[in-house]
Design a protein around this ligand. Structure first.
Ligand code: SF4
Ligand code: SF4
Length: 128
């Protein structure tokens, strides 16, 4: 006996939905960008924390913006060379920082809700 005959809802695939990305749903993120802090890429979040710490320390030395830029450039080189603290990172086809196919802007797609097929929020992608 098939799923439909058991009364279970069979949803149409949602790949044409404007909120669909690699099997995840962007609806909530588009509605309230940045609201879910735990959806952010952990690597980016770490880099930002290191940068904030760097700025706090640098303030005490009264450096110029140019000096700050040079120092941060060196610090970031070391940071980027360190092993990426995320087991889910995957090589990307496009340039991104960090280089990961799950990264969309500053959000990690793996952290978004899974799309289970077309729902009432389905909206056709404008430029498929
Ligand atoms: S999987 Fe990729 S996008 Fe997600 S947290 Fe890890 S590095 Fe960031
Ligand atoms: S069909 Fe619904 S759950 Fe799936 S991506 Fe679109 S809005 Fe999200």
């Amino acid at each position: 006996m098939g799923d439909a005959t058991r009364g279970e809802l069979v949803r149409f695939p949602a790949v044409g939905c404007r909120f669909f990305q690699l099997g995840r749903c962007l609806y909530e993120e588009r509605l309230n960008p940045g609201y879910h802090a735990d959806w952010r890429c952990v690597v980016l979040a770490r880099w930002e924390a290191v940068y904030d710490d760097f700025l706090d320390r640098a303030e005490n030395f009264g450096l110029t913006e140019t000096e700050l830029g040079v120092l941060w450039g060196k610090r970031f080189e070391r940071l980027a060379e360190e092993s990426v603290p995320c087991p889910d990172v995957r090589a990307a086809d496009v340039d991104s920082m960090p280089e990961c196919r799950h990264l969309l802007e500053d959000v990690c797609l793996l952290r978004l809700p899974v799309c289970a097929g077309q729902c009432e929020r389905f909206r056709l992608r404008e430029n498929p």
